[in-house]
Each structure stands twice: as C-alpha cells, then as structure tokens.
Write a protein that binds this ligand. Structure first.
Ligand SMILES: [Zn+2]
Length: 97
C-alpha cells in the first residue's frame, strides 16, 4: 500500500467518525475489518492491526494517521464523543468494582 493510499484511507476513517479518543494517549479506531487499539508509547503511536504490528515501525498505518488527524481536529469527534464517555465510565466502574 503506498503512502497516498494510506493517507486517503486515514482521511476516510476520520470523515466517517470512526476514531474514538479514550485519552490523549489511547484511542480506538473502527476499521473496515476490526476495531484496533492505537496507543501512544512515549513519543510514538503504535497500532495492533496487522500492518501496524509488522510495518508500523517504519510506516504508520492508516489508523494512527486517523488518530493524529482526530487529535488535531477534535470537532470531528462529536458523533463518537458520547460513546467515548460511556466507555471511560465503564472502565472506571470496572476498576472500582
Ligand atoms: Zn493500524
């Protein structure tokens, strides 16, 4: 997959509001085939999709690109912001249980 294709896919993911920001260092991206965990480890983002696991060291996958764009443009998150709140609340309840 060439760089242009990845960027186009990242743009499409963001436009479809499928990036869920759980925190400044953790996000979920609902992809075409699965939902992926995108996590920031120190200074770089990593993703658990097949591309991210095998090629992410050299080239970011479209999911990381989508998260970066979502962080730059929080307004794009409006449709899933409520879902993010619900997920965070569920996590808190699980931790305190
Ligand atoms: Zn990925």
């Amino acid at each position: 997959m060439c760089r242009r294709t990845i960027n186009a896919k990242a743009d499409r993911l963001k436009k479809n509001y499928r990036v869920i920001l759980l925190s400044q260092t953790q996000a979920l991206v609902i992809g075409d085939h699965d939902t992926y965990d995108v996590t920031k480890l120190s200074y770089r983002w990593s993703c658990n999709c097949p591309w991210g696991l095998h090629r992410g060291r050299w080239t970011e996958c479209s999911h990381v690109g989508a998260v970066r764009q979502a962080l730059l443009d929080p307004d794009s998150q409006a449709p899933v912001a409520r879902l993010a709140d619900l997920l965070k609340q569920a996590n808190r309840e699980r931790e305190s249980a």
